[in-house]
Design a protein around this ligand. Sequence first.
Ligand code: ZN
Ligand code: ZN
Length: 378
Amino acid sequence: MKDLYEILGVGKDSSKDEIKKSYRKIAMKYHPDRNPGDTVAEQNFKEAAEAYAVLKDDQKRQQYDQFGPAGVGLGEQGGGGFGFSGFGGGIDLSDALRIFMDGFGGGGFGGFEDLFGGGRQRQRVQKARDMRITLALTLSEIQNGVEKTVKVKRYEQCSSCGGSGAKPGTHPTSCRHCGGSGQVRQMSRTLFGQSVVVRVCPVCSGTGEMIEQRCNSCGGEGVVPSKVSIKINAPAGVVTGNYMTLRGQGNQGGKGVLPGDLLVFFEEKEHPYFVRHGNDVFIEALISFTQASLGTVVEVPTLDGRASLKIPAGIQSGTILRMRRKGLPELNSSFKGDQLVRIQLETPLHISAHEKSLLKELDQSGGERTVKFQRVKL
Ligand SMILES: [Zn+2]
Ligand SMILES: [Zn+2]
């Protein structure tokens, strides 16, 4: 198991202030709000909270210095100490968030909400589940960016009970098990005598409330499954695997529960003839021998309608012509890729008698009749 000082990146003789500062930095970096869905970050966040809970307390710190993890009820067997179920697998996220809130919430550091942008209630951190959807886009949509409306199945707050889960006209009562606090205290025995362990109330799951009569519409859940339309602004230049997080657009929670986030993953649809390569797009143009010999101007499809392309006389099969800035934009940048047109000479499969005689004439006028050979270009 890791050393608590190491976890917080401080020395054994560091001051309380240094420990607090260092913990704050780490907690901010790994805060779940900033790292949605990142379990490694969450683990780091929890570890730091657990270490801080010990080292900020003079007595626990002394015990830890003297006796190691067992001195503060941490260790392989887990349990005991001060209310955490062990180490590594460790403390709950809500415990960790509470430690963070106790350290920096509600004054002292000038408010926690400011830092995470929003006046969310964070006393009791309950959040509805995040959702993930995939949005398929055509290359033309990727080129310009697009606003799409998608139908999403998610939980919505129950309108009958306002999310409380109680039958309309009735109100949730205080949880009898915890007296409405949402927490229960348990005595725990450690090497150093008894200590009090605070846990989330198992009866009300921390809400502090109990429902006597359940709402008929939601069965007491406070949420009902439904289908909603959500507008998504896909930016130009995305690639398959890019995603964006729409805060609060995931599953909605009951009363007092934060809404989950909606993660939108982008996926590129295959185009009938354009192939993307980074910001460039490739297309092949099949031209005739006469077009190649005499040169011509052709209308070429682009992602943005048609554009004319000059094919110079004497062009060789396989030559790639570049149409500047007709490709895809770089995400969040003014850079734009090109369209690359590979010229291929197409031999006609069927020709008329007249064409045949013209070609024979051409063939006879052609002078030298030898075939040239060259080294294969690999
Ligand atoms: Zn309801
Ligand atoms: Zn309770």
